[in-house]
Design a protein around this ligand. Structure first.
Ligand SMILES: O=C(O)CC[C@@H](O)C(=O)O
Ligand SMILES: [Zn+2]
Length: 543
């Protein structure tokens, strides 16, 4: 590999070199208006770019191929729940007048997942506004033995947010009120259906930020983020929702309202019950409100986008970053050359740096512009001078920062346009993170269109994606259980941040011992004895 140490110093001297081509964004807008699949992008506010179609919110295009019913593609049997009757609909209508949806077209968007790989056949969508309404609905469903699928923004990637059969869809979309915000502590209390991007805007106006950020921010609901314990792009700096969530209000399967919505930093009064619901994917209760700690808005944010000659250099750059940037490092993301090809080909985004085997995105967030600039420039000088990095660009203004983030955040969207996508979201020891990608490329050969690796390297989280023209059982057979066995061999996790949903329930055993799985099942039985909440999800399939 020829290293280009050619002095690119002007890159660092100018705040911005070659941004992604502006024309490219215009093309995305045209596409967004013309097709069904919503975008992940976060380009709102970039000059000349209209807000994009939200993920999970638009209607079906006439060209989109029909999604196969989940119960036809997968070997799953309907459990003996009751079927929704006219009388049930009338009862729901009394509880939430005019918010009982039975129109098939409106139901279609809620029956199909964002990836368009799963499809349920629910006949009714309920839109409560308050936790009392949720409580009435669940009490009734519990009595009648009706299964319920809670749905937020329907942006999940493991099939957890859509029904498998005819479960009632309980949408949090109208539970979208901010309850309170404390200016001194930065504690936000809001309902579960608030959209993450809107909450971000709300707290930013008050000089704070949300402790989490993810590509689906324009559509996902905070309740869904909590239910799936979403990780995202700020995890490296602000940690897991298990740490930033201070309180929850949850409605249990029988309609009991569990009000643990405290806003205390410290509360050591026995079992921390809220933790049970974070990451339980709506199988233990319905999260209706949250109290969350927001960090102060950083005064200075910088993003460097760098080209690295190999994965060893990606790792080395990460440890250099940690040492040289210290407390201001807020994100360290990586993507391989195939990811860049895909975003270029499908989304017409141009790389702002010369072609490289790997790219990393380094974000810093701090409280003093000069201090951060000084640290960043000595890190960049070192990285470039030592050959860890062969090219790079730096953005300091918001629009350009967004453009650089788009290259990384929109890989998921580019992949969905490439064909059928097999998705793996794995936690691994960071030094072995890319080995599985290389290994799979050799194993799959021409069966796959693309095998790509990218993700939150700073968190040891690999997003391994394989694309093919269409779903193929034989390709699946070459991928699974191989990927899971490989991961288990490293004592990794088969789901780092996307959750379990429908798609990963049968592979939990690769990451959890039987005793832990048994305890999960016992907790489920305790909290939801009839199993009406999000059935067929999260827990390993019963033999
Ligand atoms: O699509 C994927 O595999 C990853 C999605 C998301 O978690 C991301 O980090 O971009
Ligand atoms: Zn991710």
């Amino acid at each position: 590999m020829v290293r280009r140490l050619a002095p690119r110093w002007p890159v660092w001297l100018f705040p911005w070199r070659a941004a992604c081509t502006p024309g490219a964004f215009v093309q995305q807008r045209t596409w967004a208006g013309a097709t069904r699949t919503p975008l992940w992008g976060r380009l709102h506010g970039v000059a000349g770019v209209s807000p994009l179609v939200r993920r999970g919110s638009s209607s079906t295009s006439s060209q989109a191929p029909e999604v196969v019913l989940t119960c036809e593609r997968y070997p799953v049997r309907r459990l003996p729940f009751s079927t929704v009757s006219e009388e049930d609909l009338a009862t729901f209508e009394r509880i939430i007048p005019s918010r009982v949806i039975t129109d098939p077209e409106e139901l279609e968007a809620s029956n199909v997942d964002w990836l368009r790989t799963m499809r349920g056949c629910s006949k009714v969508l309920l839109k409560p506004r308050t936790s009392e309404e949720v409580s009435h609905i669940l009490r009734y469903c519990h009595e009648r033995n009706l299964a319920v699928n809670t749905q937020g923004g329907n942006t999940g990637l493991v099939g957890g947010s859509v029904p498998v059969f005819d479960e009632i869809i309980l949408s949090t979309a109208l539970m979208n009120q901010v309850v309170s915000f404390q200016d001194i502590s930065g504690i936000l209390v809001c309902q579960a259906g608030c959209i993450l991007e809107e909450l971000s805007r709300y707290v930013e106006e008050r000089d704070f930020i949300m402790p989490l950020d993810l590509g689906a921010k324009g559509s996902c609901h905070i309740g869904g983020n909590l239910a799936t314990n979403a990780g995202g792009l700020r995890f490296l700096r602000y940690g897991s929702l298990h740490g930033t969530v201070l309180g929850l209000e949850v409605v249990l399967a029988d309609g009991t309202v569990l009000n643990c919505l405290t806003s205390l930093r410290k509360d050591n009064t026995g079992y921390d019950l809220k933790q049970l619901f974070i990451g339980s994917e709506g199988t233990l209760g319905v999260i209706t409100a949250v109290s969350i700690l927001c960090p102060p808005k950083p005064r200075a944010v910088n993003v460097a986008f760098l080209g690295c000659p190999g994965f060893a250099e990606v790792l080395q750059t990460f440890s250099t970053c940690k040492r040289m940037l210290g407390e201001i490092l807020s994100a360290y993301e990586f993507m391989d050359a195939e990811c860049m090809q895909l975003v270029r080909h499908h989304l017409h985004l141009a790389s702002p740096v010369q072609e490289s085997p790997f790219y990393v995105l380094v974000e810093t967030s701090g409280s003093r512009v000069e201090h951060d600039a000084e640290k960043l420039s000595s890190f960049l000088e070192h990285a470039l001078g030592s050959g860890l990095v062969t090219d790079g660009t730096l953005a300091t203004d918001q629009g350009k920062i967004k453009m650089l983030w788009a290259l990384r955040e929109r890989i998921t969207e580019a992949l969905t346009r490439d064909g059928y996508v097999y998705k793996y979201d794995i936690s691994l020891p960071v030094d072995r993170l890319y080995d599985l990608v290389t290994d799979l490329r050799a194993r799959l050969g021409s069966q796959a269109k693309h095998v790509v690796g990218y993700g939150h390297l700073g968190d040891g989280n690999l997003h391994l994606n394989v694309t093919a023209e269409a779903f193929s059982p034989s390709l699946l057979g070459d991928l699974e259980p191989y990927v899971y066995e490989w991961t288990a061999g490293q004592r990794g996790s088969v789901s780092a941040e996307h959750g379990v949903g429908f798609k990963k329930q049968s592979v939990l055993g690769y990451s959890k011992p039987p005793e832990a799985l048994r305890l999960m099942q016992q907790l489920k039985t305790l909290l939801d004895p009839k199993g009406i909440l999000n059935p067929y999800k999260t827990l390993p399939t019963q033999a």
